[in-house]
Design a protein around this ligand. Structure first.
Ligand code: GLA
Length: 676
């Protein structure tokens, strides 16, 4: 077992925790309850070790019962009570739930779906992001809240809105189309430039006046993908403008405030979170398990690693997850004993400085009454409450972890624009879904035990030894050059099939595929040969593959594997030029895992700690201290050899982890945290 401490020259190792603690708590919506319940809440929050709650996320009507008439009495009481109780507040702007009076007065602010129908109003996030009336009303309530509470002693951070775009990520109303035209004018300047970028000469789509630009509503057949891609970019920017407007109002009153909004990293793809994260003082995210999905703990790890990467390695906040079942999946599977602790400690291991839930007390009415909470309907005489208290204790025992960092040497290149473009219609195979390709890559690296970052193709890659580009279908010239220069400076690169095919406006890079990378790879092909559903091909190494193949020619590269059957039989399947690898097909999971281990070895990356399958090992550290989180997702006790003399720090239920000699034993479903 080698656990080598790498030289820590990167700024990512400058320690520091924005909140100065491990936060523990959740969304707190006391407007649903009486004062007596709210008093009991404080006592129970103490019992559970809660130290931060998000307040007011959906309280617009309580605060502004009529246009321009504010009523802060309840909110004053709520904040004062929390302050007396020593519980900090992440104060929200309530703009994710426009009041019914607003919607009745401004029917044009109600979003329109892609099929042209307008949404109903009896719900939340009912607004068009481009609506001037909505933006004005949102700014007004934000200003009123900020004026009143910017120096309230309980408020330690600000929570703008809630999950931007979750229900209204794209609006197709006429007002949105008008705003889109302005966005396009700023991007392209002239109609000629727009026509050229979108290739509008084809199918007679040439625009002869700006007012012919429409929102890409459902049409008789395919839309122009370049049009759709720009609409995706525009929609992300429109919502971001809503965020920054509110953020700026808060900052004007309170320049040092920590302002965030909760992203849904890894589970939501409609917003360009790289661009968004740059506007947040502390990145925060929500994550919900798909209860029925196998290996959903890997999905959780991916989301946590992506969030840390969006935060550029700085500590981040898990703003929401669930203690048990949610209420919005087809079958809402309850978490079993120990699962909430494993989930929470995985987020912590991967860089979170706070673990919060939706929500503190389970609702008894409304849309989410069957969603689990920290305090369930059954009250304190319940398993969930006992496990919540235990988690609070464990997190307080892990207080010193706050501010420590995760070190990685491998990055998966990940770009929302590549995602949007790759998933549009009219592609060579509908089986290539960008998120799947990312997940398969992540899965193989997770199985092999590597902790990885995600990185934008145009970002500074110098801290990594290996970068991997799965299905990076769209890449800008700058991104392609950045990847090539990373390689030329000694980095290793794996390019997956269906990468580097188009430029940033979705125009094919002509010549042999993959246009952006053929020189880097020294290998190329003249055709895509997607496979039939379920079809398998075999490689000369004995590996099996599916989904895609290409007749790869290795002009300036070594052939690592050839296709022995299938439509590309005889051609190269995997090639290597210096430290640049091309994988032109979808390797089976075990083969992909083996491939990455070989590539990581050749890149000089230390092998991860040896551990049984299904056991996750992640390290956080400061300059002085290392914390090793061992999370056992199996039904068997896990034994791990450890070098040196670790200090046993904390363990989670069920059962107790034990350290003896050089070994750690973690009970089935348990977690052990060690400190050196
Ligand atoms: C989202 C929202 C919450 C709540 C949860 C339920 O994360 O932000 O308000 O609806 O989902 O899982």
């Amino acid at each position: 077992v080698t656990l080598i401490i790498q030289p820590e020259t990167s700024p990512a190792f400058v320690s520091g925790s924005p909140l100065g603690k491990i936060a523990f708590g959740g969304d707190y919506n006391p407007e649903q309850w009486t004062d007596a319940v709210a008093e009991e809440d404080i006592a129970l929050m103490h019992e559970a070790g809660v130290n931060l709650v998000s307040v007011g996320i959906f309280s617009w009507t309580m605060l502004e019962p009529e246009p321009g008439r504010y009523d802060f009495r309840r909110m004053d009481e709520i904040l004062d009570r929390l302050h007396r109780g020593g519980i900090s507040v992440d104060l929200a702007t309530p703009t994710a739930a426009p009041p019914q009076w607003f919607l009745a007065a401004h029917p044009d602010s109600v979003p329109v779906r892609q099929d042209g129908t307008r949404a109903g109003t009896a719900s939340r996030q009912v607004f068009c992001p481009s609506s001037p009336e909505y933006r004005e009303a949102a700014a007004a309530i934000t200003r009123a809240i900020v004026d009143r509470y910017h120096d309230h002693p309980a408020v330690v951070m600000w929570h703008v809105h809630n999950e931007y775009g979750c229900h209204n990520g794209r609006c197709y109303c006429d007002g949105s189309a008008a705003a889109f035209r302005q966005w396009l004018k700023a991007r392209y300047g002239t109609l000629d430039a727009l026509n050229d970028a979108w290739g509008n000469a084809f199918w007679s789509q040439t625009l002869t006046a700006w007012d012919q630009v429409v929102a890409p509503r459902t049409a008789p057949t395919f839309l122009n993908p370049a049009h759709e891609l720009d609409y995706a970019r525009f929609s992300s920017d429109e919502l971001l403008a809503c965020y920054t407007a509110e953020r700026d109002i808060i900052k004007a009153a309170s320049p040092d405030a920590i302002v965030t909004t909760n992203l849904m990293a890894g589970q939501f793809g409609l917003l360009d979170y790289w661009k968004w994260a740059a506007e947040l003082d502390m990145v925060s995210t929500d994550h919900y398990l798909f209860g029925e999905a196998e290996r959903n703990h890997v999905d959780l790890a991916l989301a946590a690693d992506l969030t840390r990467s969006l935060a550029h390695g700085r500590p981040w906040l898990l703003m929401e997850h669930s203690t048990g079942a949610v209420n919005w999946q087809p079958r809402n599977i309850a978490k079993r004993s120990g699962e909430m602790a494993r989930n929470s400690l995985t987020h912590l291991a991967r860089g979170a400085d706070g673990i919060l839930f939706f929500q503190w007390r389970a609702s008894i009415a409304g849309a989410e009454k069957y969603h689990s909470a920290m305090l369930p309907h059954a009250g304190t005489d319940s398993r969930i409450w006992r496990e919540t208290r235990e988690l609070g204790e464990q997190l307080s025992g892990l207080a010193s972890v706050a501010g420590s960092r995760v070190h990685t040497e491998i990055a998966i290149l990940f770009d929302y624009h590549a995602w949007w473009a790759a998933d549009l219609g009219g592609r060579p195979s509908e089986d290539i879904r960008y998120a799947d390709q990312i997940r398969r890559t992540y899965d193989a690296l997770w199985d092999a035990g590597y902790t990885v970052d995600f990185a934008h193709p145009e970002s500074d890659l110098s801290r990594y030894r290996l970068v991997v580009a799965p299905a990076l279908y769209l890449v800008s010239d700058a991104g392609a050059a950045n990847i090539a220069s990373f390689h030329d400076r000694g980095g290793s690169v794996v390019v997956g099939y269906f990468s580097g095919i188009v430029d940033s406006v979705d125009r094919v890079r002509v010549g042999r595929y993959p246009g952006a990378f053929r020189e880097l790879l020294g290998a190329s092909s003249d055709e895509f040969l997607p496979l039939r559903r379920g079809q398998k091909v075999t490689l000369s190494t004995g590996a099996t593959a599916s989904l895609w193949s290409e007749p790869v020619r290795a002009d300036d590269a070594e052939i690592i594997a050839r296709y022995t059957d299938g439509p590309a039989a005889g051609a190269a399947a995997i090639t290597r030029r210096q430290r640049a690898w091309y994988v032109s097909t979808q390797l089976a999971p075990d083969d992909l895992r083996g491939f990455y281990v070989a590539v990581a070895d050749s890149a000089g990356i230390a092998r991860p700690v040896e551990r049984p399958e299904g056991v996750e090992v992640v390290e956080r550290r400061t300059d002085e201290t290392r914390y090793l989180f061992v999370i056992n997702h199996t039904d068997d006790e896990a034994a791990i050899d450890l070098p040196g003399q670790p200090w046993f720090l904390e363990v989670s239920s069920p059962g107790r982890a034990t350290v003896s000699g050089d070994g750690l034993r973690v009970p089935p479903g348990g977690v052990g945290v060690l400190r050196w």
